[in-house]
Design a protein around this ligand. Sequence first.
Ligand code: GUN
Length: 290
Amino acid sequence: MTAANIIDGKAFAERLRTRIAAVAADFEARAGRKAGLAVVLVGEDPASQVYVRNKGRQTLAAGMESFEHKLPADTSEADLLAVVERLNADPAVDGILVQLPLPSHMNEQKVIATINPDKDVDGFHVVNVGRLATGLPGFVPCTPLGCVMLLKDRLGSLSGLDAVVIGRSNIVGKPMAQLLIAESCTVTVAHSRTRDLPEVVRRADIVVAAVGRPEMVKGDWLKPGATVIDVGINRVPGAEEGKSRLVGDVDFASAAQAAGAITPVPGGVGPMTIAVLLRNTVVAAHRNAG
Ligand code: GUN
């Protein structure tokens, strides 16, 4: 088996951001204001701070307005809900994202349910979950939508292909399965209780790994030529003392020998998430401005 093609998510995301900037400029010319994305961060989780900083930077670079609301970790749930309500009512705000995870004294579902579904650019509100499941237009979670974009770019039509999604989270696994059903794949959702996971994975033309277990999926689990999308971002100890490195949920070295194409970590799925968030925001702006 020859080595797999590497799916360059970083380059794809850059091209997508260029297209989004053109749509954002068109919106500004028509509406007389920029499309706006509000990001709410509660607390000081370092990874969340990095995401939020990158989101802000890329929002501005795409010609959109970025509104950042940083609240202390001991903010009450009622105060956070009041911030969300204000953003719902603000006509300059087209998209609202509340960075997860929230501090443990808050009910995430309640906070998400307070976001106006037509500003819910994360696609986490039950109304958008229901719209996706029924095939109605709405907002689709950014990471799985980015995965489908990479898959269609690589494979063209996905119709009739066998897909295995490993992981059943609300943010990735479940919406990923819905999107692949909508693309007419035959979809299996595997998870920590699945029996004989290697055998299940071996049936798949498409493997999407979103379990959060470093390098779990091995090359000898794969059907030769399969397309592998690795959503995992895991920090593990590096070769040198005190250094760490990022790895996916797929053992890249062995998988690249068997797969037809594979996303690397970093530089695969990761860059797609913010690009799709910007896309959802400019779509929200156009829809909400009528
Ligand atoms: N935390 C990690 N990923 C995400 C995401 O896509 N959206 C939100 N709101 N929080 C996250």
